[in-house]
Design a binder for this molecule. Sequence first.
Ligand SMILES: N[C@@H](CCC(=O)N[C@@H](CS)C(=O)NCC(=O)O)C(=O)O
Length: 237
Amino acid sequence: MAASSVQEHLPPSLDATSHPPPLFDGTTRLYISYSCPFAQRTWITRNYKGLQEKIKLVPINLQNRPAWYKEKVYPENKVPSLEHNGKVIGESLDLIKYIDSNFEGPSLAPNDPAKKEFGQELIAYTDTFNKTVFTSFKGDPVKEAGPAFDHLEKALHKFDDGPFFLGQFSGVDIAYIPFVERFQVFLSDAWKYDITAGRPKLAKWIEEVNKIDAYKPTKTDPKELVEFYKARFSGQQ
Ligand SMILES: N[C@@H](CCC(=O)N[C@@H](CS)C(=O)NCC(=O)O)C(=O)O
């Protein structure tokens, strides 16, 4: 069985009552929250590279955060962060690259220069993509978020050697999927808007990412997500 498909027992989240792990003892730790899309990016990366044994998952309850996390681990007090070689680094997009280049396992970056360049463009677009869709929740998502999904549909036409953004599965797919996953669930439930309608490449991409073993255990619970987003965006529809 490939290392990335090993079934892992997921540890419970640490909260304000939990003791810190033995910090800086040489263990590599990935601090996440099970519901955070940014953290999910790094969790997928770790799984895809088969690093379940090398990088220990440390889930944090963000609603009831342990004080030691900010004080001793990551002063930004956000997830994800990675404790590695005596230091702690953050920022999900940087961490996809960091884990990819500092650990063993299948590469998540293409060698082809055209793919590298397009990958950088797509990574640069992630913030705009997320902002456009989140902002549309306050207005008319069908109209306002449509162009953002069209952007992805168009990008998925660029290379034809696979269903993923750069042909083969890469860090770009990992950067987008946690957000597309949430947007698809919420827009379908709250707005009856199917983001894949008229977007066959996007539909196929979602279908193929869902077959990736590294991704499956990281998926967020759709019911919880809808409740959380409804509360967050309530009165704004
Ligand atoms: N730019 C950061 C964003 C991380 C982020 O905002 N994480 C959220 C959870 S999804 C968080 O930790 N929020 C806690 C806080 O802001 O206090 C990244 O890409 O890693």
